[in-house]
Design a binder for this molecule. Structure first.
Ligand SMILES: [Zn+2]
Length: 428
């Protein structure tokens, strides 16, 4: 912002100023308006949220502005939720290479989100504090919405035609068979709490620790197969816009995605958020922290303009999924037609770090020419980096000396998450 203001004072640079303002006007015409509202009712004081609408891809360039919204639902204390709110955004942005154009930046985002989540988790765990948190983290840049989440703080999308889609998956052992199988295969035990007499009660939990979630940030007192690797989904809205509802399980335990969307249609974002919370409390009472953010992505004017030419979309998709097989490309186009007007640009939920960081060293090289750890961005000496693919099943198909690279510490973290080495964490 500072440099933008400085520029405005240089009245002698009229041609440049005129050019910049014309560019900004054009940008504004194309960009949707983002309006948001937030509401919460606290019971345990472990829900936290983040709303930041003045982020910039290019620092000092107001036309590169994007917004970040997030909900962190903490458990066993609030330290992990607070730490994640303070650090996750900067860790994600720090994992995006410098100097990228807008489209490349958006393409780099899914991998940067994975790196940022893992780095935040590692840093928090190194503080030796207990507690953990869900994290549902949303970046809105123009019409493109990118969501990354661990845990069960759901984000839904309500679009003009009344179609409600979920942009997250619930990482709950009770409801997610795939996650149950992954945790068990990595050495965790999944079962219910048993009380005196052997009666089992409550939802499925992971032991040791007794956590109901299969992914979270923090939680150093549970097994490391409770991973911080987020499910990531990136969609491009049509120019009719849409509404995002991001909320903690205090909402979703009380009502379905459809009910939440319907309960607030027609209301402006601020009132909508309050309405969703009110509706949840009416249905279920205040049993849990209940937090809701509503984000409206609104067309700049009422005239519906033709959508992006298909040629350009195909090119973008080809870039994004250039590493994917034909089978997954078919799956993708089926999904595209099912969703209708919302274009799905990216979706990946694997808990395997090697699959999430990709096969090239696109993100691994720092400006100094040194290689960097793809997770924590520390510089690596030439002999130091360990390929993310080394020693994995991928080493057959791709070269184990190819990037991205991990520092020894992150490599240990990766192995622990995959259950390949006993967790170093002592469980009381
Ligand atoms: Zn590292």
């Amino acid at each position: 912002m500072a440099s933008g203001e400085g520029r405005r004072h240089h009245h002698n640079l009229v041609p440049l100023a005129a050019l910049i303002s014309r560019e900004m006007r054009n940008e504004k015409m194309e960009k949707p308006t983002v309006r948001y509202g937030h509401a919460a009712q606290s019971r345990k004081g472990e829900d936290y949220f983040l709303i930041k609408t003045d982020c910039q891809r290019v620092p000092g360039n107001p036309s590169s502005t994007f917004s970040a919204f997030a909900i962190f639902d903490g458990h066993n204390g609030n330290a992990a939720a607070i730490f994640t709110r303070e650090n996750l955004l900067s860790h994600v942005l720090g994992a995006i290479p410098r100097g990228l154009g807008r489209e490349e930046w958006l393409q780099a985002l899914p991998r940067a989100l994975v790196a940022g989540f893992v780095k935040t988790d590692k840093e928090f765990q190194s503080r030796g504090e207990t507690s953990g948190t869900t994290a549902t983290f949303v970046i809105v840049d123009g019409w493109t919405v990118t969501v990354a989440s661990v845990g069960d703080s759901r984000c839904i999308l309500d679009t003009q035609g009344g179609a409600v889609s979920t942009l997250t998956v619930d990482h709950r052992l009770e409801e997610n068979v795939e996650e149950r199988e992954r945790v068990t295969a990595s050495g965790g035990e999944v079962g219910r709490l048993s009380i005196v007499g052997g009666t089992e009660i409550g939802p499925l939990r992971c032991w040791p620790g007794g956590l109901c979630l299969s992914r979270s940030i923090g939680d150093m007192d549970v097994g490391e197969y409770i991973v911080p690797i987020p499910y990531v989904k990136q969609v491009k809205l049509s120019n009719a816009g849409g509404r995002l509802i991001i909320a903690s399980d205090g909402i979703w335990d009380a009502m379905s995605s459809d009910m939440a969307a319907k309960s607030c249609r027609g209301l402006p974002a601020e009132l909508a958020a309050r309405q969703v919370v009110k509706e949840a409390l009416r249905t279920r009472g205040l049993k849990d922290d209940t937090t809701c953010i509503v984000v409206d992505i609104i067309p700049p004017d009422t005239t519906v303009q033709p959508s992006t030419p298909p040629k350009k979309q195909n090119k973008l998709r080809a870039l994004l999924f250039r590493k994917k097989s034909c089978a997954s490309a078919n799956k993708l186009s089926k999904k595209l037609s099912a969703v209708g007007i919302v274009e799905e640009l990216f979706e990946e939920g694997s808990a395997m770090l090697a699959e999430r960081l990709g096969n090239d060293d696109f993100m691994a090289q720092s400006t100094s020419g040194l290689f960097m750890c793809a997770v924590c961005q520390v510089d690596l000496a030439p002999s130091e980096g360990i390929s993310v693919h080394a020693g994995s099943i991928f080493s057959m198909s791709s070269k184990p000396w190819q990037g991205p690279f991990l520092c020894a510490d992150c490599r240990n973290k990766k192995d622990a998450m995959e259950g390949k080495r006993p967790s170093g964490v002592k469980v009381a």
